[in-house]
Write a protein that binds this ligand. Structure first.
Ligand code: GUN
Length: 286
């Protein structure tokens, strides 16, 4: 039996800290951190994520603005909105919910966000900073995973860590954070041969491939630490991760559930980045 890592409880604890830090920041500077969230189109999951971000902002004492744009929004309209948000003094963080409708160029949209307000850390400038170990902004989901290691006393130094998935949002920055934390990191992906041979050697596995219940007990070693970033609907429509929790829970030392694991941590790290953005703005202003 393994320890089930409680993302809800950890997120609540860190949000309490952010709430206190925000109150102190507002008292000192008179500035309320402001986050703008932009959603284009009708994706049902994205709508839920955006609502949760709005709720989290209210909880920690931020101002938030939601922009729910029609599916047919043009690139010019979206870029013009981002430009306006870039210029505003009361908005310190800008997030454009991914995925965007197909007719919009996601890379171009990300590039148009001011790196100082890019609280997702998706802009090439911030991605580059993460690569060299300068974390102006934390990549939200990977940073949330690192908080689990801290909270549960899991030392990554010298450990064999496998990241399954190579997305820009999770896989790549996750590998980088663990590398900076002295792990020996292997990145696996859809073209990896004999994936189970690699995962069976791992002390720590982070699953981010988007395949329901993919990681089975015979693919992990006894006592492995299992982190599940997956968010899938299974055949019955139930929310499930990339890990077969029932099987792996018996063999792992620590494991995150879905829901209630990594999910709540991602938004918490977004709140942390928004406060950082407001603090940086305040310092720059002098
Ligand atoms: N879509 C899924 N996860 C994320 C995220 O962390 N940020 C943004 N902007 N879009 C997402």
């Amino acid at each position: 039996m393994s320890v089930i890592m409680d993302g809800k409880a950890l997120a609540a604890k860190i949000r309490e800290q952010i709430k206190n830090d925000t109150a102190a920041f507002v008292r000192k500077t008179g500035i309320t951190p402001g986050l703008a969230v932009v959603l284009v189109g009708d994706d049902a999951a994205s709508k839920i994520y955006v609502k949760n971000k709005e709720k989290a902002c209210a909880e920690v004492g931020f101002k938030s603005e939601m922009y729910l744009l029609e599916e047919k929004t043009t690139e010019e309209e979206l870029l013009s909105l981002i430009h306006k948000l870039n210029e505003r003094d009361d908005i310190h963080g800008i997030l454009v919910q991914s995925p965007l409708p197909k007719h919009l160029d996601e890379a171009l949209v990300i590039d148009s966000i001011s790196p100082d307000k890019d609280v997702d850390a998706f802009h090439p400038v911030n991605v580059g900073k993460i690569m060299i170990g300068d974390y102006s902004f934390l990549p939200c989901t990977p940073a949330g995973v690192m908080e689990f290691f801290k909270e549960y006393g899991i030392d990554t130094t010298g450990k064999r860590c496998v990241v399954a998935g190579r997305s820009n949002i999770v896989g790549k920055p996750m590998a980088m954070l663990m590398l900076h934390a002295n792990a020996t990191v292997t990145i696996c992906h859809s073209k990896t041969k004999d994936l189970a041979d690699i995962t069976r050697q791992a002390d720590i596995i982070v699953m981010a491939i988007g395949k329901a219940d993919f990681l089975k007990a015979d693919m992990i070693k006894d006592g492995a630490v299992i982190i599940d970033v997956g968010m899938n609907r299974n055949a019955e429509g139930k929310l499930t991760g990339d890990v077969d929790f029932k099987e792996c829970e018996k063999k792992a030392s620590y494991i995150t559930p879905v829901p209630g694991g990594v999910g709540p941590m991602t938004i918490t790290m977004l709140m942390k980045n928004t406060l950082t953005a407001a603090e940086n703005y305040s310092k720059k202003k002098g």
